[in-house]
Design a binder for this molecule. Structure first.
Ligand SMILES: Cc1cc2nc3c(=O)[nH]c(=O)nc-3n(C[C@H](O)[C@H](O)[C@H](O)COP(=O)(O)OP(=O)(O)OC[C@H]3O[C@@H](n4cnc5c(N)ncnc54)[C@H](O)[C@@H]3O)c2cc1C
Length: 454
C-alpha cells in the first residue's frame, strides 16, 4: 500500500522536501500543491524584473546543505561565471529560479523511475480536516484522503495597514502585494509612497524605476532606513564566536555582544551574522520571557544588522537618496484618504512628533509578510487554526511546532508538519535557503523513519 503525503506549498521548501522523500524505501504518493504554475520559484525567485539580485552570495545558496558548492558549480557549468570568486558574488533571483527549476525537473524524472509517484497540483488548498482516521485535504476541485500533510506555505502577503479602509484594498492606487506591484497603474511623473523600509522596499524601488517611474519616492517606516550592504565577515570575530556553546542565556549573549563591541565597535552586523548561524539552537532554548524581551527590545536592532543587501543594490539606493528622488522618513502613518487619483497621507515624524502630509498617486505595501495565523481570513492557516488542527506560537509569529520533529502541536497529535517561515516563533531565523535546506533534509528523514515504523 502506498503512503499518501500532501505538501501544501510548492516553493523551495515543498519541492526540496519532495526531493528528499524520494530516498524512502516505502512506496510513496506525494501530492504537492501550489497556487500557481511556477513550482519551486515561489515569490522570491520569480522576480517582477530580471535584474533583481539575490540578497545572499552564491556560496551560501546551494539547495543541499551537504553539497555547499552545488549552486556555484551549476553557475560554472552554465558558463554564467568562470572568473573571480563566484561564491562571493550576487546572482539574479531569476537565475536562481532556473537553478531550482532544473532540480525540480530532475526530481520529477527521479520519481518517474522510482517506486514513488509525485503529483504536482496547481490549486489552492482550502481546508484540511480529520476524517476516518486520516486527513482530508480540500481544494475547489478535489478532496483527497492523506496519511500525512506538510505545511510549506512560505511567505504570506503583508497585512493591510489599519489606516487603509476595506473599500480601498483593491484600489488601483494601492499595491498590497509588493512582489507583484501594479506598475501599469503608476503614473511616471507623480509621487509614490512605500510603506516599510526593509529589503522589500529596496526591490520595489528597482521594480518601479525599471518600469519607467520618474517621480519622487517617499518611504515611511517606524525606524527609517538602516539597511547595510554585505561585507566580508571578520575572521577575528569568527574564531571568538566559535566558543559560544548552546544552551546559552540571553543575558550571557548580551554580555559577550557588549564585550565584542568594545573590541570591534564597527562590527555589530558581523556579530549578528555569526550568531545567526547558531540562532535556531540559541532561540529554541530561550525561555518565553527571554523571547518576549528580545521581541520587545532587540528585534529591530537584530533586523538592522541581519538584513543585508548586495553592494550593487546599496549603491542604487544611495544614488536615489543623494539625488533626493527618494526620501525615507521615520514615522507612523496616522491617516490615509483615497481620492479618485490621489491619496492624502498624514504621518507623525518619529523624532519631532510633527505631523506631515504627503499627496501620492500610489502606495506600495512593503511592511513584510503577515505572520499571525489567528487573524480571520479565507486562508488555509486561519481555518486550520479555527478548527484546532494547528495553533499559533505564543508570539504569534507562526505555528506552534515541535522543532525536533517538525510536527505541529495539536491535542490529537495530527500527522501535520510545518517548515520554513511558519517556524519563526520556534526558531526565529527560518527564512533563508541555508536554513530551509537543512529543515527539508531533516523533516524528510523524520518522515522516512515514521513511514518505516508503520
Ligand atoms: C523577495 C524575496 C527575496 C528573497 N531572497 C532570498 C535570498 O536572496 N536568499 C535567501 O536565502 N533567501 C531569500 N528569501 C527567503 C525565501 O523566503 C526563501 O529563500 C524561500 O524562497 C522560501 O521558500 P518556501 O518554499 O518556504 O516559501 P515560498 O517560496 O513562499 O513558497 C510557498 C508556496 O506555497 C504556495 N502556497 C501557500 N499557501 C498555499 C495553499 N493554501 N495552497 C496552495 N499553495 C499554497 C505559495 O503560492 C508559494 O508558491 C527571499 C524571500 C523573498 C520574499
Amino acid at each position: 500500500m502506498k503512503i499518501k503525503i500532501g505538501i501544501i506549498g510548492g516553493g523551495f521548501s515543498g519541492s526540496m522536501l519532495a526531493r528528499h522523500l524520494l530516498k524512502s524505501n516505502q512506496n510513496l504518493e506525494i501530492y504537492i500543491f501550489n497556487n500557481d504554475a511556477k513550482f519551486v520559484r515561489g515569490i522570491a525567485y520569480q522576480a517582477q524584473i530580471d535584474s533583481l539580485l539575490l540578497n545572499v552570495p552564491a556560496g551560501k545558496m546551494s539547495a543541499y546543505s551537504k553539497q555547499p558548492d552545488h549552486f556555484v558549480d551549476w553557475l560554472n557549468k552554465k558558463n554564467k561565471e568562470t572568473s573571480g570568486e563566484v561564491d562571493q558574488k550576487f546572482f539574479t533571483r531569476n537565475e536562481y529560479g532556473c537553478y531550482l527549476s532544473e532540480i525540480w525537473e530532475e526530481t520529477k524524472k527521479l520519481a518517474a523511475v522510482s517506486n514513488h509517484i509525485i503529483t504536482p497540483i496547481i490549486s489552492k488548498v482550502l481546508q484540511i480536516l480529520p476524517k476516518d482516521g486520516a486527513l482530508e485535504l480540500q481544494t475547489h476541485e478535489l478532496k483527497l484522503s492523506l496519511d500525512f500533510c506538510v505545511l510549506a506555505c512560505g511567505n504570506s502577503l503583508p497585512t493591510h495597514p489599519k489606516t487603509i479602509s476595506e473599500k480601498d484594498f483593491n484600489s488601483k492606487l494601492y499595491s498590497c502585494n509588493p512582489w507583484r506591484i501594479k506598475v501599469e497603474e503608476i503614473q511616471s511623473d507623480k509621487e509614490v509612497l512605500i510603506l516599510g523600509a526593509g529589503l522589500t522596499m529596496v526591490d520595489a524601488i528597482q521594480v518601479i524605476r525599471a518600469n519607467g517611474f520618474k517621480g519622487k519616492i517617499n518611504c515611511v517606516s517606524p525606524h527609517g532606513f538602516n539597511i547595510l550592504p554585505h561585507e566580508k565577515t571578520s575572521e577575528e570575530l569568527q574564531s571568538e564566536l566559535k566558543y559560544i556553546k548552546t544552551p546559552i542565556r540571553l543575558s550571557e549573549i548580551l554580555k559577550i555582544f557588549h564585550q565584542e563591541m568594545r573590541l570591534h565597535p564597527t562590527k555589530s552586523a558581523d556579530l549578528v551574522a555569526l550568531l545567526r548561524a547558531k540562532s535556531g539552537a540559541i532561540w529554541s532554548n530561550f525561555t518565553q520571557e527571554e523571547r518576549n524581551f528580545f521581541i520587545r527590545h532587540l528585534r529591530h536592532k537584530w533586523g538592522v544588522a541581519r538584513h543585508r543587501i548586495p553592494p550593487e543594490s546599496y549603491a542604487i539606493l544611495q544614488d536615489e537618496i543623494n539625488n533626493k528622488s527618494l526620501q525615507i522618513s521615520a514615522g507612523k502613518i496616522i491617516a490615509m484618504e483615497f481620492q479618485e487619483s490621489t491619496i492624502i497621507v498624514e504621518y507623525e515624524e518619529r523624532h519631532s512628533k510633527e505631523k506631515r502630509h504627503l499627496s501620492v498617486q500610489h502606495i506600495i505595501n512593503c511592511t513584510g509578510p503577515a505572520s499571525d495565523i489567528t487573524a480571520p481570513n479565507d486562508g488555509l492557516l486561519s481555518s486550520l487554526c479555527q478548527n484546532g488542527l494547528i495553533h499559533a506560537d505564543p508570539l504569534f509569529l507562526g505555528v506552534k511546532t515541535n522543532v525536533n520533529n517538525y510536527q505541529v502541536y495539536s491535542k490529537e497529535n495530527y500527522p501535520i508538519y510545518a517548515l520554513g517561515n511558519l517556524l519563526k516563533g520556534e526558531l526565529w531565523e527560518t527564512t533563508a535557503i541555508n536554513e530551509l535546506r537543512i529543515q527539508c533534509e531533516e523533516l524528510a528523514q523524520v518522515l522516512i523513519n515514521t513511514f518505516n515504523k508503520q
